[in-house]
Design a protein around this ligand. Structure first.
Ligand code: ITT
Length: 213
């Protein structure tokens, strides 16, 4: 797949945590992968506004933007965390929770402060990811994954990225930041979405998608 002579596939994310996980998840496919940075497309005013109200719209927007900019098939991810006590927020706006200027650690602190005093039953939360494969001619396919957990009262663990130190996954009795990456990928929203995308690429339909690009 994308074997010798065929063009590489672009991983269209500027989030290093996502890029690392996506690269691991696609490794079994032995694709020839390039990153936005490899193509000189990282940040710098070239980033599409995530104006879609849904993960799918945002993921399609990112994938198609970078496919058209690069002339390559592009793979994008839009994801977020939905907290019951916040009526499903921050959701697709998770990367911008608390406004611009906050880093991952500050967004986690804000979430913990906002939920302070909230009883366990209202701390249920889920990660959602939509993975999109997009071609420069405008075709795109989307795959969704969801992972249920709960927001802790204090951060635990140093692995992962984003909200992982406060996202507790009951079946493993651990936060996602306390797990090796392969273990998180085995159950995570992103793992589910990218395994579905990988299965598509391994199918006849997926091969036709790449051949037509
Ligand atoms: P790109 O758009 O360049 O891919 P981004 O970080 O802006 O990067 P999103 O708009 O999809 O991507 O934001 C998703 C946010 O949701 C991300 O920044 C994290 O804060 C959070 N998030 C998503 N998946 C996560 C995960 O597996 N672990 C921790 N946090 C996650």
């Amino acid at each position: 797949m994308s074997g010798p002579g065929s063009p590489p596939i672009l991983i269209a994310t500027s989030n290093p945590g996502k890029a690392r996980e996506i690269t691991g998840l696609l490794a079994p496919l032995r694709l020839d992968i390039v990153t936005l940075r490899d193509r000189g497309l990282a940040r710098s005013g070239d980033v599409p506004e995530e104006t879609g109200a849904t993960y799918e719209e945002n993921a399609r927007g990112k994938g198609l933007h970078y496919a058209q900019r690069s002339g390559l098939v592009a793979i994008a991810d839009d994801s977020g965390i939905e907290v019951d006590a916040l009526d499903g927020k921050p959701g697709p706006l998770s990367a911008r929770y608390g406004g611009p200027g906050l880093d991952d650690a500050a967004r986690r602190r804000l979430l913990l402060e906002t939920l302070a005093g909230m009883p366990d039953e209202r701390r249920a939360a889920r990660y959602v990811a939509v993975a999109v494969i997009a071609a420069p001619d405008g075709r795109a396919q989307a795959f969704r994954g969801v992972c249920e957990g709960r927001i802790l009262r204090a951060a635990r663990g140093t692995g992962g990225f984003g909200y992982d130190p406060v996202f507790f996954y009951p079946p493993f009795n651990a936060t996602f930041a306390e797990l090796p990456e392969e273990r998180k990928n085995g159950v995570s929203h992103r793992g589910q979405a990218f395994r579905a995308l990988a299965a598509f690429l391994g199918s006849g339909e997926g091969r036709r998608f790449l051949e037509g690009a």
